[in-house]
Design a protein around this ligand. Sequence first.
Ligand code: APR
Length: 318
Amino acid sequence: MARKKISLIGGGQIGGVLAQLCALRELGDVVLFDIVEGLPQGKMLDIAEVGPVDGFDVNLKGTNSYEDIKDSDIVIVTAGLPRKPGMSRDDLIEVNSKIMTQVAEGIKQYAPNSIVIVISNPLDAMVTLCQKITGFPYNRVIGQAGVLDSSRFAAFIAWELGVSVKDVVAMTLGGHGDDMVPLVRYTSVCGIPVMELLEQKYGSAAKAKEVMEAMVKRTRGAGGEVVALLKTGSAFYSPASSAIAMAESILGDQKRVLPTCAYLQGEFGVNGYYVGVPCVLGEKGIERIIQFKLDAEEQAMMDKSVAAVKGLVDSMKL
Ligand code: APR
């Protein structure tokens, strides 16, 4: 049986970690594409040479030619500039739109049957553009943001409560911007509502609320917190791991329910925009969008987040 083929467009910080994770997990043969000559070839040679130590046996190729992504099962896109301290993700739209246009044309021509996972920012706009240019069905062009945003939220909760990160289930909805919607009501530790545990810890509902509000705020600004520390780029380990979780669910037809930037056609009151919502990810890409009830406060936050996405997407005049 033929091995799966994963192509990574963009061989920078995230692209390199993606390649290494694909190899370590033997997800399939991997192609790393970048426009910079030598960069993807060098990174793939570096990773391949440690195969005997790590014990992975897959083909790794670095390239500057789109032809090499032919017959990919999955393409993960990280091409584009990262932000610098003080920038919002939205500030990247002009430069990254030009890059995404080239990338999507390459994918359309050489990997027409692939499932595409976009990571480049501003995420919701870049996924929209990628789908428009490739013309692929909506279930095959998706974005990674929510897995990471939810993971950050879960990590903060685990640290606060002194419990394992493995036992926190948290979810964020909405756009991948400062208005994203961490869903406190649906967040639990081993099934126990998180607010109950915070109230136990602090002995007061008001203090528990204050602590949760601080964690929600930190989640919304978590990408910027990393940018401010790094000064020369944005988070790269965490977006890579998050996209790999999505790719694994698709390649293994696992049907995991993961927050995914998906094209909505009426769900959550949104029509015709890509927004983060929980989705079943399997061999067809998005196999189902999971809807559930939001209360008035959650819906208001979702509406605000969607309004920000709309403003940005509409500014591209597609
Ligand atoms: N085609 C392919 N690759 C390109 C193109 C292009 N037209 N233009 C730039 N690139 C490559 C760069 O050469 C670089 O190697 O994209 C890579 C981006 O890597 P980094 O600058 O290291 O950025 P990274 O941290 O990987 O983030 C990439 O993901 O999370 C988002 O905001 C982040 O938009 C950014 C993207």
